[in-house]
Design a protein around this ligand. Structure first.
Ligand SMILES: Nc1ncnc2c1ncn2[C@@H]1O[C@H](COP(=O)(O)OP(=O)(O)O)[C@@H](O)[C@H]1O
Ligand SMILES: [Mg+2]
Length: 398
């Protein structure tokens, strides 16, 4: 794996007016624990960007957000907002939370139930001693912005979950922050509403052109909303980049398996190019060779056993029309089929491979026990070194 893909200690770059949020080598270990919650994290977020921290529970997402907000103190590192120094650990410099000019929304609806919508949204402005007229105008504007015009007088408890999160968002935006911090803001909403809020947030963010640091463990949310993602595990960035990069060119097996699904086909290296392109002959299918990329091509000499990771949508399944699969295809037997509406999810026992999951179209269903052919997209996969030929059972998990 190339070092540039991973998080290492990076040389300090300092403040930069064009970078809305810059985190430099941030680390934090909670008292009484030995493993860092966040370990050497660096990233830049520009105005107009939605940058997402993605990763499993406990990987350090909330800790990072809280350090940016000023609710946690890093042990090491620097934080800059544009050309402003926010945290410089070495000098003991720390701008207090209320002076950072950020908006925040958390997972739990943090609106005050004993207040009306207007009172909730106006609160941050009142603490800043803004005039009545200006508060009224700003509240009306921001409620319009989040799609709740005219609901100023509605009491908190009479709002739906989605409306409560809109109010929380309005309250975070009413001070016109340059940076918006969102910690799993939609995870308490049902699936339909979550989808809608996702689309709304994207529009809103594009209109406001502010920097958003978004935290989620939901990869669909991350892939669909973000201009950039950092995938964290155990407090360390595993890969950083555009959603497409993480999906199509995962830097390591953690990224590959966390973002999206993969079918792992066993194969053998036919040719390996120093640029990282590897041709792989699929095991059990003499006439099927597909291409993928590797971050470690030097390791993949000709003849070596490998896995090629294929996204399920890159495999086409069709009824077998004869004994031998044609060139570019491999043969399989359907072991289970699951109708889920938009597609059918099949488990297929691939000749010379073992069980693999693929997706099929509902208009051309196959049944359990049917012989099928699989056409693997000829290129665009990722290739991983493995010693699978020494694994006793082909059905065992890699
Ligand atoms: N106040 C705390 N004291 C001790 N450990 C904590 C505290 N908050 C979080 N942690 C630990 O730090 C790690 C990262 O937690 P967190 O940032 O909340 O992760 P995430 O938001 O990704 O789920 C976890 O191992 C968690 O148990
Ligand atoms: Mg969290």
């Amino acid at each position: 794996m190339a070092m540039s893909e991973t998080q290492g200690a990076t040389a300090p770059k300092g403040p930069d007016p064009k970078v809305a949020v810059r985190l430099e080598n941030l680390s934090k270990t909670y008292p009484g624990t030995s493993v860092p919650a966040v370990d050497g994290l660096s990233l830049d977020i520009a105005d107009g960007e939605v940058f997402t921290l993605l990763g499993p529970s406990g990987c350090g997402k909330t800790t990072t957000l809280r350090m940016v907000a000023g609710l946690e103190v890093p042990d090491e590192g620097q934080i800059y907002f544009g050309d402003r120094e926010i945290v410089i650990t070495e000098r003991g410099l720390r701008v207090p939370p209320e002076k950072r000019n950020i908006g925040m929304v958390f997972q739990s609806y943090a609106i005050w139930p004993h207040m009306t919508v207007e009172q909730n949204v106006a609160f941050p402005l009142k603490t800043r001693h803004m005039g009545r007229k200006e508060i009224k105008d700003r509240v009306a504007n921001v409620l319009e912005l989040v799609g709740m015009p005219g609901l100023e007088k509605r009491p908190g408890p009479l709002l739906s979950g989605g409306q409560q999160q809109r109010v929380a968002l309005a309250r975070a935006l009413v001070t016109e922050p340059r940076v918006l911090l969102l910690d799993e803001p939609f995870s308490n909403l049902d699936a339909k509403l979550r989808e809608q809020m996702r689309a709304e947030l994207k529009h809103l963010q594009q209109r406001l052109n502010i920097a958003v640091l978004f935290v989620t463990h939901d990869q669909i949310e991350a892939l669909s909303l973000s201009t950039g993602i950092a995938l964290l595990n155990l407090g360390v960035v595993q890969q950083r980049g555009h959603p497409r990069l993480l999906y199509e060119e995962p830097a390591n097996e953690f990224v590959r398996d966390f973002v999206g699904k993969t079918a792992l086909f066993k194969g053998e290296v036919r040719t390996s190019n120093p640029s990282g392109q590897v041709a792989v002959g699929i095991a059990g299918a003499p006439d099927c060779v597909v291409f993928g990329r590797s971050y470690d091509p030097d390791q993949l000499q000709e003849g070596r056993d490998v896995y090629i990771a294929v996204r399920p949508e890159d495999v086409e399944i069709m009824p077998a029309n004869g004994e031998k699969a044609p060139s570019g295809m491999t043969a399989a037997t359907v072991t289970s089929s699951l109708f889920i509406g938009e597609r059918i999810e099949y488990e297929v026992d691939v000749d010379g491979q073992g069980n693999i999951q693929v997706y099929g179209q509902r208009h051309t269903p196959s049944e359990e026990g049917d012989r099928v052919w699989l056409k693997i997209r000829p290129e665009g996969h990722s290739v991983w070194a493995s010693d699978w030929s020494h694994v006793a059972s082909v059905d065992e998990d890699p």
